[in-house]
Design a protein around this ligand. Structure first.
Ligand SMILES: Cc1cc2nc3c(=O)[nH]c(=O)nc-3n(C[C@H](O)[C@H](O)[C@H](O)COP(=O)(O)OP(=O)(O)OC[C@H]3O[C@@H](n4cnc5c(N)ncnc54)[C@H](O)[C@@H]3O)c2cc1C
Length: 404
């Protein structure tokens, strides 16, 4: 019988195996995931799972019965250690070897670690897995001082949960503004104000140089400028690193991600890759990307699953993302940096507005705060390369339908 092996038990892997069965593949499916959990969603880890609003069952993509009923064999808590492409085998950490006809590598990414003085002290946490969050939650407590290194989306989501839970929160950002890597100065300023208004201390231009503590536990964060910021708990959120080592050792091309084409194929016709670990082309944007986003992981997983089963699906989506902070849902489509002008619809003071970005008059991106309709309309307009009249776009009384 034909066998598909999927390495990685995350969002892309979970979606891929569901799509394989949905697409009619009746052969063997084996999933190898090094975490002990069923494939799960990471977004709640810095949001509802961290705050305790969602139990672990809600975080899983699907219940165990889903995999049993579809005869999808899960090898959980097991690491894939070596891929032999000539022999079509994967060697596992439990001593087993799996033979494959087609292989999907969906190894995702891991938190980038700091290797500075004191980074191995207890109380210095990263946030990537359920296990990480369980450890963080156990250390949460009203009045405790939490210092977050990194003012990106994950750091700020943690800040919003922590300050709401009554912790004293400080965010340290080495750049001159939070969210610098991902958004415009105006959006950075908006989120800066939002957080400081809720009691979060934000320090920009502040680079962490080490951690100090006694008895193996962190007590303070040290900065390059010589400060010592007291902390009971530290979260480091300074980006991710794609898990490409397995693919690279198997001789597959890697360049800031496993290199695939728009069919999620590597140069080996029997090996595919999907999700955070890939460097893939985006025809609509006219360039290659490596993305850290659920919609990308799901879409690539669907494409890979279809093509492994003899299909001819191509990936062509405008990237989109979201972030939840306090009662605000930010939805983003496209990249604001691709625009040469911006149009705001709504009033940021009401926490309900959308900033549209245009390039040569063509709509290329949106940042929509508590504005799901504007976000949805923009996705369609970006797909259609719409050229809306900026004055009408800025006027909330003009229905967006008229501008499409
Ligand atoms: C805290 C947090 C919040 C986020 N919030 C959002 C959000 O709001 N919106 C959004 O779009 N995205 C968000 N993301 C990003 C999103 O979760 C990722 O883009 C998505 O999980 C990627 O899925 P993936 O399957 O490619 O990789 P992963 O989810 O990283 O899964 C890969 C899995 O493969 C396993 N693995 C790796 N190597 C091996 C091996 N050799 N053998 C076996 N298993 C292996 C890993 O342990 C991991 O479990 C967030 C991420 C985090 C960490």
């Amino acid at each position: 019988m034909t066998r598909f092996v999927v390495i990685g038990g995350g969002h892309a892997a979970g979606q891929a195996v569901a799509s394989m069965r949905q697409g009619g593949f009746a052969g063997d499916i084996d999933v190898v995931g090094e975490e002990p959990h069923l494939p799960y969603q990471r977004p709640p880890l810095s949001k509802q799972y961290l705050s305790g609003e969602e139990p672990i069952d809600r975080v899983y993509l699907r219940a165990a019965a889903f995999y049993d009923e579809r005869k999808i064999k899960l090898h959980l808590g097991v690491r894939a250690e070596h891929v032999d492409r000539a022999a079509h085998t994967v060697r596992l950490s439990n001593g087993e070897t799996l033979k494959y006809d087609k292989l999907l590598i969906a190894t995702g990414s891991r938190a980038r670690r700091l290797s500075i003085e004191g980074s191995d002290l207890g109380g210095v946490h990263y946030l990537r897995t359920v296990a990480d969050v369980d450890a963080i939650r156990a250390a949460f407590g009203k009045g405790k001082r939490i210092t977050i290194a990194g003012g990106g989306y994950i750091g700020l989501e943690v800040a919003s949960v922590a300050v709401t839970a009554g912790l004293e929160v400080t965010v340290l950002e080495m750049e001159d503004r939070i969210l610098k890597r991902v958004t415009t100065p105006a959006m950075s300023a908006y989120y800066h104000q939002l957080h400081t208004g809720r009691g979060v201390h934000i320090r920009c231009n502040t680079k962490v140089s080490g951690f100090a503590g006694t008895h193996g536990r962190v007590e303070a964060v040290l900065t390059e400028s010589g400060e010592r910021i007291p902390a009971d708990l530290v979260i480091v959120g300074v980006g991710i690193v794609p898990n490409i080592e397995l693919a690279a050792e198997a001789g597959l091309e890697c360049n800031n991600g496993i290199v695939v084409d728009d069919h999620c194929r590597t140069a080996d016709p029997d090996v595919y890759a999907a999700g955070d670990c890939t460097n893939h082309p985006n025809k609509l944007l006219g360039r290659r990307l490596r993305l850290e986003s659920v919609p990308n992981a799901m879409e690539q997983a669907r494409v890979a699953a279809s093509n492994m089963n003899g299909g001819d699906a191509a990936y062509a989506s405008i990237p989109w993302f979201w972030s939840d902070q306090y009662e605000l849902k930010l939805q983003m489509c496209g990249f604001s940096a691709d625009g040469d002008s911006a149009v705001v619809r709504g009033d940021p003071k009401t926490n309900q507005f959308a900033t549209f970005y245009l390039k040569d008059g063509v709509l290329v991106a949106v940042d929509a705060v508590n504005s799901p309709r504007e976000f949805m309309a923009c996705r369609q307009m970006v797909d259609k390369r719409s050229k809306p009249d900026p004055k009408k776009l800025a006027d909330p009384n003009v229905p967006l339908k008229e501008l499409m």
